[in-house]
Structure formats: C-alpha cells, structure tokens
Design a protein around this ligand. Structure first.
Ligand SMILES: [Zn+2]
Length: 187
C-alpha cells in the first residue's frame, strides 16, 4: 500500500512552531519558563498555550495543559460527549517548543491527539522519548486502556530557537525576583 508523504509538511510544521515560539516568548516576558504551544485542526490554529506555572501557582499549568483546557472547556459546554471530544482530538496536531513532560505526554495519549511536533528535547522529564516513550503504544488492547492510544511524534523542529529562549530565561537569574527581566543598565 503506497502512502503519500506530504513533503511540504516541513514548511507547515515550521509555520506552526513559529506560533508556538511566540507563545514561549510571551511566557518569557511574564518571567515564566519559556515553553509555548499551539493546537491545530485541519490546518487551523484552534488553541494556544504558554507556561503559566508561577502566575497560577500550579506546577502542572504547562503550555500543553493550557491549550487543552482552552478546547475541552468549550467543547463540553457545547454538550460534546466524551467520545465526541475524543473524535475532535483525533484530528488535532500539537506543536510545542519543548518535548512534552511525562504528565503532558501521557495526557495527550489519553486524549487521543493525532500528532505532536516538538522543538528541543526535555532531558529531565521528557515523555516522548527522552525519559519515557509514552507516545508509543503497542497494539495490545490492555496497554491501550492503560496508556491511551499513543500518537505520532517528531522532535527537533526549530530546536535552536526554543533552546535560546531557555538560555535567556536562565541567564536572568532568579526568575521570581521582583525585577524587570531586562535589567536597566546604567553606564
Ligand atoms: Zn508538561
């Protein structure tokens, strides 16, 4: 069976990763760890998110969770059943600047997202290959029940840009200190 691989996907993934990087920059400006993402459906951005851990004082408010909530809330309000929500997610693609952590990677598998593209690897907590490979699920039915349905995943999309934002963040020193993120230099 021949499968047509869309080679223009390179351009497309860079376009959406650019939007995700924009979200990460907004996080950086808000003194948050700069990670950002967008979710697309049929080539249209339908949600975006950025890390808001400090703002919300909640360590799980990762960019992915913010974007997921932006969708699930209204879908449920519209009366979509869990299976209809799953149906919508199965058409969605996530672009995120840093490899999803174990929690987010596993949530994405349960939600049944179609594909995930990420920028740089997350060596400490990455759930899409770095620490665990939660996007991979065997065809074993019981494993699917335990781990969700898995998804296609590809990393290294505009990774340098994502890394340079992290560098900016860590070069600021203590991000929670009450000071502007770009110190005023007086000479
Ligand atoms: Zn996460």
């Amino acid at each position: 069976m021949a499968s047509l691989v869309k080679e223009d996907h390179f351009e497309e993934s860079h376009k959406y990763m650019g939007f995700a990087l924009h979200q990460a920059k907004l996080a950086l400006e808000a003194l948050e760890v700069p990670a950002g993402c967008v979710i697309t459906e049929d080539g249209k951005v339908i949600a975006s998110g950025r890390n808001r851990r400090n703002e919300t004082r909640n360590a799980t408010r990762h960019a992915e969770m913010e974007a997921i909530d932006e969708l699930v809330g209204p879908w449920r309000k519209d009366g979509l059943s869990p299976s209809q929500v799953a149906e919508r997610f199965s058409k969605c693609v996530l672009y995120v600047t840093c490899e999803p952590c174990i929690i987010c990677a596993s949530a994405l598998s349960f939600l049944g997202i179609k594909e995930v593209y990420y920028g740089c690897a997350n060596d400490k907590f990455g759930g899409c290959g770095s620490v665990l490979s939660l996007h991979l699920v065997s065809s074993d039915i019981s494993e699917k029940t335990q781990r969700g349905k898995g998804y296609k995943c590809r990393g290294g999309i505009m990774a340098d840009e994502a890394v340079s934002l992290f560098k900016c963040f860590y070069e600021q020193g203590n991000p929670n200190a009450p000071k502007p993120h770009r110190p005023v230099v007086q000479r």
